[in-house]
Design a protein around this ligand. Structure first.
Ligand code: ASP
Length: 448
């Protein structure tokens, strides 16, 4: 079994965190390929090394002296190396880097956060260090050349058998360092997992997986143990913060599951993300609830609209002309609605309504603003009749008015519009009706 274990910035923030990483890696002989971010925050209010290195770049650009800043960064590395009694001459190497800093490219400078962190981690774990500049190959347009990268990675696996790889950067074939977007260490881990045909991509962070609802709205929400990529996309689109798309697609395309785990609580199950749910597993009816406020719905009605070819297209063309992206289109027989982000139309809604009136000649156009959308996501909902009835029933009992309803095409989510002021209460009501009530919600088997 091949496991790629990627550790985020907070998991490698100081010597104590390095020790946790070692015990995690040592506890499973399959964890032979480790990816690290640059040392991150040790406590809230602390600085991530990547942010400090970006600040170094800003100093250089404006010709401001950054000696002290570089000393602060060096101190973070020296502290880790000293606490762990490492022999790598970190102070000397960092000073070499500092002394030529003005001649280095901004991307090279920022990449040293992961480079030095990985160097130290490699010695501490007793594993070889593989420079990402020799493994991740970028094209000049900033995309990854997967074929070349796979060749380099496979070759490194043959040569080294095991390694620590710094995340977040790679190089073009002429050796120029290129960075991924912020948080891109996750992408490095996914690319590595794909290139070496890993069985699983472990993403070690400081939370115990994805939560079934926003903890600022619902008290102590349940952790989602299993989720599909599609469900995760629905939840993240609606504001639940999860892995970036770019970090998902390299492994998703080839069916490698991602496991989110907590470096500080490794015994917790975390969340596993797969293409499809495991057969025979015990499942919750609803996977998670997410939502966002401040949408606007424009309702258009016209008698015998159902016979009028092209009316929806013409309405959409109006929104397109104003550069507004459409979120949902709930439809009736002689009416339909167009739901958009409030902030996208703030200054143009009157112009849009005016154009709709002229071009569609509808009987009425009404605008509902301050609308919150709530998405109830669950791959098992389509198999169980009555789910939406229960959602609406629970909201009805709580006296919450539902202003709009739509369902995603794969039937893995129901999306409801409620007034902004009912948003938090509606989420709690749905959570209590489904997720908290585990005994009733299990599609098969008992509580996990
Ligand atoms: N160190 C980089 C950042 O802070 C990349 C990462 O942590 O994944 O954005």
């Amino acid at each position: 079994m091949i496991k790629v274990a990627k550790f985020g910035g907070s998991s490698v923030a100081d010597a104590e965190q390095f020790k946790k990483v070692k015990s995690i890696v040592r506890s499973d002989p399959d964890r032979r390929f480790v990816v690290v971010s640059a040392a991150g925050k040790r406590f809230s209010g602390d600085n991530k090394l990547t942010d400090l290195l970006l600040l170094v770049n800003a100093h250089i650009a404006y010709h401001v002296d950054c000696t002290q800043l570089l000393k602060d960064i060096e101190a973070r590395f020296v502290e880790i190396a000293t606490d762990l009694k490492l022999t790598y001459p970190i102070a000397e190497k960092f000073e070499e880097f500092s002394s030529v800093i003005e001649s280095l490219s901004p991307e090279y400078i920022v990449s040293r956060g992961e480079w030095f962190t990985a160097r130290l981690m490699a010695e501490y774990l007793g594993m070889p260090f593989l420079d990402a500049a020799d493994a991740i190959v970028f094209r000049h347009d900033g995309t990854v050349d997967m074929e070349r990268t796979a060749t380099q990675m496979k070759d490194a696996v043959q040569r080294l058998g095991t390694f620590v790889l710094p995340g977040f950067y790679g190089a073009t074939i002429d050796g120029t360092i290129k960075l991924f977007q912020r948080g891109g260490g996750d992408i490095t881990g996914a690319v590595l997992a794909r290139c070496i045909d890993a069985h699983i991509y472990e993403n070690w962070t400081d939370v115990s997986g994805f939560l079934s609802a926003d903890p600022r709205i619902v008290d102590n929400p349940r952790t989602i143990h299993r989720i599909t990529f599609d469900e995760m996309r629905e939840l993240s689109y609606m504001g639940a913060s999860v892995l970036q798309e770019e970090a998902i697609f390299p492994v998703r395309e080839v069916g490698i599951p991602i496991q989110i785990k907590n470096t500080n609580l490794p015994e917790k199950r975390g969340t596993i993300i797969r293409e499809t749910a495991e057969e025979g597993a015990r499942e919750h009816l609803i996977t998670g609830i997410a939502g966002k406020k401040d949408f606007i719905a424009v309702h258009i009605s016209k008698a015998h609209m159902s016979n009028e070819v092209g009316i929806v297209r013409r309405a959409l063309a109006v929104f397109e002309r104003y550069g507004v992206s459409v979120e949902h289109i709930p439809t009736g027989v002689d009416s339909f609605g167009i739901v958009v982000n409030g902030s996208d139309v703030e200054d143009k809604i009157y112009l849009i309504v005016n154009d709709l009136q002229q071009e569609l000649k509808p009987d009425s156009v009404t605008v509902v603003d301050k609308l919150a959308l709530i998405s109830v996501v669950g791959r098992n909902m389509s198999r169980r009749p009555g789910t939406s009835g229960r959602v609406f029933g629970a909201l009805g009992e709580a006296g919450i008015n539902i202003r709009m309803i739509t369902q995603s095409s794969q039937e893995i989510s129901i999306i409801m519009g409620v007034n902004n002021e009912d948003f938090e209460r509606a989420i709690n009501v749905i959570y209590q009706a489904f997720v908290a009530d585990q005994m009733v919600d299990m599609v098969r088997g008992d509580v996990q």
